[in-house]
Design a protein around this ligand. Structure first.
Ligand code: ADP
Ligand code: MG
Length: 460
């Protein structure tokens, strides 16, 4: 250890880094995938620049090595600003142990009146509201205080990372804490998956009952329902049932309802009924306030200069503001160093460049130019439609991002709203195969779009 260039602090903090890594991976992987594999990993520590992990048997070991070790390594190094290796060993005694990697449990889980896990840190108190979000915040609070009477249904919409899920779950947490009402939080994606499963297992009746017996239905990310007619019908019926009996429904969406495609008119009109409120990106003062709050929550002190640097360079995504603080904390605790403006600049380079167009090409500019070329929207590219006319542009945009920028595959995955970095690689390979055969006249298409992207970025 003495020759180790990295001074690792006591176990507690290493464990924290591991937990942050898990937290962060959890949001990029399918819940079932995360549960199946990551709950079986035991974190043993960090020694000689190596993260030591153990698992029960060689089957799990080879799965982790083949599918997840690069992902884990990238994430842990991204969070800590270090260059650690990963070692996965088999430890047959692990069975006896309680899994160490259990994800933070939720206080709300034990409460009888919630059907699902809500993140207990998503509360009105922890939400920093400003001009951009006052209206949405107040509407959500009014609903939480008086579910089913004011603003029913309600739709909160706005860009990624602006606090829609936070507000939606705040409503749930507030109601659970103050009433005995049955609250159901579900992402439209899970609703769809459960619906399909209920068909496969012939348990549609149970599925319907489950959703129709709740007093408050909180459905996140309804843009996911685009093109999924069966689920839309099911939601339409659930909606009518709940609405007619005065039960509260709140939806979130990443765009205004008019911009949703392949959603039946009758469901659209249900979404638009009641109150529609948007959340805008925070302004500079609000961004500083959010950063301060995040530091306070984590008991972390950093200079005004650093906060100003972050708030100036990240303007449209609260999640990215939060990631900056998380990264600085990890760096500072792991390496036992103070954060000054230089270290902050160095450590936050990646996060900032992926959120800003100053240094040239961004993921968003690639998406925009590719979408324009094909006459579709950026939402289409970031969406999940499997239609050929959308899939090809999406593959092209992913390929061009990989070729024209320095973003890691994990960053590209998050920029495109993809599950994980392997999907990025898969799409890149698809385009590489097309290039070899010049299928879809791909070579000239790539040249034209690249030219447009480069000319846009150099015009800045
Ligand atoms: P969305 O659902 O709109 O994509 P989230 O609700 O997941 O965004 O927010 C992303 C992250 O940023 C979450 O960790 C959330 O707690 C945090 N966040 C977003 N807006 C705020 C805010 N106004 N105050 C405090 N934290 C916020
Ligand atoms: Mg969300």
């Amino acid at each position: 250890m003495s020759s180790n260039p990295i001074r690792i602090k006591p176990t507690m903090e290493k464990t924290e880094l591991w937990e942050q890594t898990l937290d962060s991976l959890k949001s990029t992987l399918k819940p079932s995938e995360f549960k199946s594999w990551f709950s079986r990993i035991s974190f043993e520590g960090i020694e000689n620049n190596t993260v030591l992990l153990s698992v029960q048997n060689s089957m799990i070991q080879s799965k982790i090595n083949s599918d997840y070790s690069v992902l884990i390594k990238d994430k842990i190094n991204e969070l800590s600003g270090t260059n650690l290796r990963i070692s996965v060993k088999v430890n047959k005694d692990l069975k006896e142990k309680a899994p160490k990697t259990e994800v933070k449990e939720n206080k709300a889980e034990d409460k009888k009146n919630s059907e699902v896990l809500l993140n207990s840190s998503y509360t009105f108190d922890s939400f920093v509201s400003g001009e951009n979000s006052d209206f949405a915040y107040n509407a959500a609070l009014a609903i939480a205080k008086n579910p089913g009477s004011v603003y029913n249904p309600c739709l909160l919409y706005g860009g990624v990372g602006l606090g829609k899920t936070h507000l939606l779950q705040s409503i749930g947490n507030h109601i659970i804490q103050n009433t005995n009402l049955k609250v159901m939080y579900v992402t439209a994606e899970n609703f769809t998956n459960e619906f399909i499963q209920s068909i496969n297992t012939k348990s549609q009746h149970q599925f319907q009952n489950k959703y129709r017996k709740v007093s408050v239905l909180l459905m996140d990310d309804i843009q996911f329902l685009q093109g999924k007619e069966g689920s839309q019908n099911e939601l339409f019926n659930t909606f009518n049932d709940l609405y007619e009996t005065g039960r509260q429904i709140v939806f979130t969406c990443d765009r205004p309802i008019e911009e949703l495609k392949s959603i039946t008119e009758r469901l659209k009109s249900r979404f638009q009924r009641g109150l529609n409120v948007d959340i805008q990106p925070p302004n500079y003062e609000n961004r500083v306030a959010i950063l301060r709050r995040k530091c306070e929550e984590k008991n972390f002190t950093v200079s005004q200069e650093v906060l100003d640097y972050i708030a100036t360079n990240i303007s449209s995504n609260v999640r990215a503001l939060e990631s900056c603080i998380t990264k600085l904390i990890a760096y500072s605790t792991l390496l036992n160093r103070d954060i000054n403006i230089e270290t902050a600049r160095e450590q936050l380079k990646q996060i900032i460049s992926s959120n800003q167009d100053l240094s040239g090409i961004t993921i968003d500019s690639v998406i925009r130019c590719t979408a324009a070329f094909y006459g579709i929207t950026a939402y289409d590219i970031k969406g999940r439609s499997r239609t050929a006319s959308i899939v090809l542009p999406r593959q092209v945009a992913i390929y061009l991002t990989r070729k024209l920028t320095d973003f890691s595959t994990t960053e590209i995955a998050s920029g495109f709203g993809l599950k994980n970095h392997t999907t990025v690689m898969y799409n890149v390979q698809k385009v590489e195969a097309m290039i070899r055969s010049n299928e879809n006249d791909i070579n000239s298409v790539l040249a034209k779009i690249s030219q447009q992207i480069k000319s846009e970025s150099s015009a800045k």
